[in-house]
Design a binder for this molecule. Structure first.
Ligand code: F3S
Length: 64
């Protein structure tokens, strides 16, 4: 599984980081989310999916 952040859509709500800080970092300068592991480590996949579902801007997407 891979997760991608659409930087044009991300508004820095940081729900992704709250749900899975191991996977999502908030960039100090841009304030936007950055994916730390590509592909997503299997133990983080469930929370990665929850993060995707909980982004209010629909900025996160999953691919295989
Ligand atoms: Fe951005 Fe959505 Fe996370 S707006 S910081 S990808 S919760």
């Amino acid at each position: 599984m891979r997760v991608r952040v659409d930087a044009d859509k991300c508004q820095g709500h940081a729900r992704c980081h709250a749900i899975c800080p191991e996977l999502f970092a908030i960039d100090d300068e841009s304030g936007k989310s950055r994916v730390r592991h590509d592909p997503v480590p299997p133990p983080l996949e469930d929370r990665a999916e929850r993060a995707v579902d909980n982004c209010p801007e629909s900025a996160l997407s999953i691919s295989n």
